[in-house]
Design a protein around this ligand. Sequence first.
Ligand code: N2P
Length: 366
Amino acid sequence: MKTHVTLMAALAAFALAGCGKPPATGSSTEPKSASSPAPAKKTETASKNLNIFCWSEYIPQSVIEQFTQETGIKVSVENYASNEEMLAKLMAGGGSYDIIQPSEYVVGALVKEDLLHPIDHAKIPNLKNIAPQFLNMSFDPGNKFSVPFMAGTVGIVINTDLIKDDIKGFADVFQDKYKQNIVVLDDAREIVTWGLFTQGAPINQVTDENLEKVKPLIAKWLPLVKVYDSDSPKTALLNGDVAIGVVWGGEGAILLNEDKKFKWVLPAEGTHLFIDSLAIPKTAKNVDNAEAFMNFILRPDVSKQISDAFPYTNPNLAARELLTPEQRANPASFPTEEEIAKMQTFEDIGQQASKIDEIVTSLKVQ
Ligand code: N2P
């Protein structure tokens, strides 16, 4: 079962429980400031463990195994299917994670709350492989707390054996004739965003007024959905359980590689660009190992392996050079510069996140 916790509620509880505070030997009286973080406690040097908490279907097992082989560091991996689920568990875990994989708006919120450990850039020389457009972004200026993992977008996949109509956007997907033939991401922020795009509203202006406009749309859309799946939305399409879906770009790219009958469409109403990073919670116990892992995944050969398994928009230019022309030409992996320029990016929407959650949850169970 999914845990639904809003970003701000999770952060508030996390801070309240003292989980965001540095270890007792750190200067816990230091004022909150992203520019003067508490120094790292150097007790982790002898540790040979690393606890990774990451999105499902994002870091291949072969990459984890290679890291262990090369370094002797034992890795344990736990997965999540949404940023909100990650935050809820991070809060409850009280410091057992060394690496998390938040999206841009969550990095921004965690930085603001002083809950991330600063990264020692001297230990991450491979950061130089990342394209400048994915560095120094507004949610983490100077990449003090995060390194880009993958970027991507959300789009429509159509099984053209089953659907002959010209599908251009969300309005074409959510039609009565496709009732019980649709898969969508199980993600409240995503679903509401599609509604906002359809209403022509900016996706970060999640005002009560805009939510009222979106509600009737979502009330019409959700009863048409057969499968909610953020982990592996491709599966329902591959199985033939559904004929159309709104899925992560990397999942769409796998489907296109799998069978020519699948078609990828960027929704005409608009879509967003996500940037998922690796970050170290302040409560991490194995900081050196976390930084070693960050540098490892930024190596071109390793990053290429990640793209081979999960073909998202790889921000690593040196890795992109290792991809085949076919991989680089997959429209679900690599939108054009022109398409990217039109995409918006999520920002933290504070307390409104709980309203989004309520709306989607109530309309899903009707
Ligand atoms: C990977 C999920 C993509 C992450 N399976 C979306 N931010």
